[in-house]
Design a protein around this ligand. Structure first.
Ligand SMILES: O=P(O)(O)OC[C@H]1O[C@](O)(CO)[C@@H](O)[C@@H]1O
Length: 557
């Protein structure tokens, strides 16, 4: 198994890790607030801007000394060399022998790649499809224009397109886009209940075209349409497929002219820029989809060329490394103060945790240190009325990313000002907290007895000193969103280089799929009275028997 990143000479890394550990130990729990008094330059020292995204990381538990050592870590890990390898098309996904070229889908920093030709061809076909659907030229079996599009896909073939489509709601054209991912029949049934078969277009999105959930849902869609159209009608205009497995899509029954290829050098969770982004392009129109890709392309340029200390993805990664490996953070909150970005945390969960949730290094040896934190979050201000309690008073500090546009697409009275001020207030409350003395003073000012003050005050203490950063920008436009997503994609890559792991495979998801097939086959046998030959653990057996018994009860009714 050839690994192009083996050429990185990271021999001095252990010494830099050691130095970081010493700094962290000497620092202890850094009083972040005090750093602002000590260093009047702190804001400018720890704020950077690129592609219209302003990153203020002055509220993280870093000092000029630890920051210099962190930059040294990125440099000693040869991050710039790894970036060059990725962008030039080296097969850095070495466990699958694949290149990692999602950047080539959005212009690419390396225009001479042979893959760019393929990208251009497919984009031309996609633009034609999007325009014909939006203009009502491609029609369904009744000759009526499509009004609704259902994307059937899961994981990377769902989360990115669904998140972006919702994020860009203000740019929507006239077609409604729906997403069905779960094999739970309720997802498909609930979606179809709102739709007219004659005017519904389905996109079957699956890189492999072997994913159980997607194939089951695609079959259900075929049945639903056929039942409505009658068997003599051709349904070919109702189906489009996106896949790197064109033969399988054709075998399924999709017309070859309606199959849009992607390639094994695009990872599923990095694929929204490929034909997998088709539902986005139909939702917002081709020009806006292009803008999304251009914003990402601009972030690629920044990533490839900015010095480490000004490089936004590198900075996000180093803050993650510091928080996880030196301060012991086990989770990371993402808090977009933009309702349209409410699916961003779910998207970042797959991007981050499927990429870096790994325990061995590139050569298969145990990492020996923590890797990816648990990523979670929700749109503000909703999260404030739910889990922010834990952020403020829980026993584990959770570094938080606040993401906030300064302008709304929907000016409505003073609501956007309230939204942004809440974002500012949360970051400030996390940092400053409330001391026991302040809590006691507030209570006695409110007229509580001394006894009540003593009893209540500890419950009202917020320790503060909890790290956060802010990414602020003008407005959630396609271009800005493209840059934001690419920022996080590259952050994940930088962390993987520093941890020394492969961010682009996902072997951990396979075992559950295999066992699922074994259990399903066993159920089929037992249902048809054939004695089962597989023996599972008692807990699985108990559930399996419960399922069969409940089917018998249902059948008897
Ligand atoms: O696009 P496909 O091949 O259907 O895969 C869907 C998703 O399934 C996974 O392989 C995980 O099961 C993801 O990596 C991927 O995004």
């Amino acid at each position: 198994m050839f690994d192009p990143l083996e050429s990185l000479s990271q021999a001095d890394l252990p010494a830099v890790w050691e130095r970081l550990a010493q700094i962290a130990e000497a620092q202890g729990e850094l009083n972040i607030r005090a750093q602002f008094d000590r260093d009047p330059e702190r804001i400018s020292r720890f704020t950077r801007e690129a592609v219209g995204l302003k990153l203020d990381f002055s509220r993280h538990a870093i000092t000029p000394e630890s920051w210099t050592a962190l930059i040294d870590l990125a440099s000693t890990a040869e991050v710039p060399q790894a970036v060059t390898q990725m962008l030039s098309g080296a097969a850095i996904n070495h466990t699958e022998g694949r290149k990692v070229l999602h950047c080539a889908l959005r212009g690419g920093t390396n225009k001479s790649l042979e893959e760019s030709v393929l990208v251009a061809e497919v984009r031309e076909r996609l633009a034609a499809l999007v325009n014909s659907v939006l203009r009502g030229e491609r029609t369904g079996f009744s000759g009526e224009a499509f009004t609704d599009v259902v994307n059937i896909g899961i994981g990377g073939s769902d989360l990115g397109p669904a998140m972006v489509s919702e994020a860009l709601t203000p740019y929507h054209q006239h077609l409604k886009v729906h997403f069905v991912s779960n094999v739970d029949p309720s997802h498909m049934v609930n979606t179809l209940a709102q739709l007219n078969p004659a005017t519904t277009l389905f996109i079957i999105a699956s890189k492999t075209f072997t994913t159980l959930e997607t194939l089951a849902n695609a079959k259900a869609a075929q049945g639903w349409l056929q039942a409505a159209a009658g068997s003599e009608q051709s349904l070919s205009d109702h189906f489009v497929a996106v896949s790197s497995n064109v033969a399988k899509a054709e075998e399924f029954g999709v017309d070859v002219d309606s199959i849009y290829p992607m390639w094994d050098w695009v990872g599923g969770r990095y694929s929204l820029w490929s034909a997998i982004g088709l539902p986005i392009a139909i939702a917002v129109g081709w020009e806006n989809f292009n803008q999304l890709c251009e914003g990402a392309g601009a972030m690629d340029e920044h990533f490839a060329s900015a010095p480490l200390s000004d490089n936004l993805p590198v900075i996000l990664s180093l803050l993650e490394i510091w928080s996880v490996n030196m301060l012991g953070a086990q989770s990371h909150a993402v808090l977009p103060y933009d309702q349209n970005l409410c699916q961003l945390p779910a998207f970042l969960q797959q991007l981050t945790m499927e990429s870096n949730g790994k325990q061995v290094d590139r050569s298969g040896k145990p990492l020996g240190r923590a890797s990816c934190p648990v990523v979670w979050g929700a749109a503000g201000t909703n999260g404030q009325h739910s889990f922010h309690q834990l952020l403020h008073q829980g026993t584990q500090p959770v570094p938080a990313d606040f993401i906030v546009p300064m302008q709304s697409h929907n000016p409505l009275a003073d609501q956007h000002t309230h939204l942004v001020t809440n974002c500012m207030a949360q970051a400030r409350a996390l940092l400053f907290g409330k001391s026991l003395q302040q809590a006691a003073q507030e209570l006695s000012d409110a007229g509580y007895s001394d006894e009540a003050v003593q009893a209540l005050a500890p419950h009202k203490v917020l320790p503060g000193n909890r790290p956060s950063l802010t990414i602020s920008y003008d407005k959630t436009s396609p271009y800005r969103l493209g840059a934001l997503i690419a920022l996080y994609e590259h952050k994940v890559f930088v962390s993987s280089v520093i941890w020394g792991l492969n961010a682009f495979d996902q072997w951990g998801v396979e075992l559950g799929k295999q066992i699922g097939v074994e259990i399903y086959n066993e159920i089929e046998k037992r249902r048809s009275g054939i004695p089962g030959d597989a023996a599972f653990d008692p807990s699985t057996e108990a559930l399996l028997n419960q399922l069969l018994a409940s089917e018998q009860i249902e059948n008897a009714l």
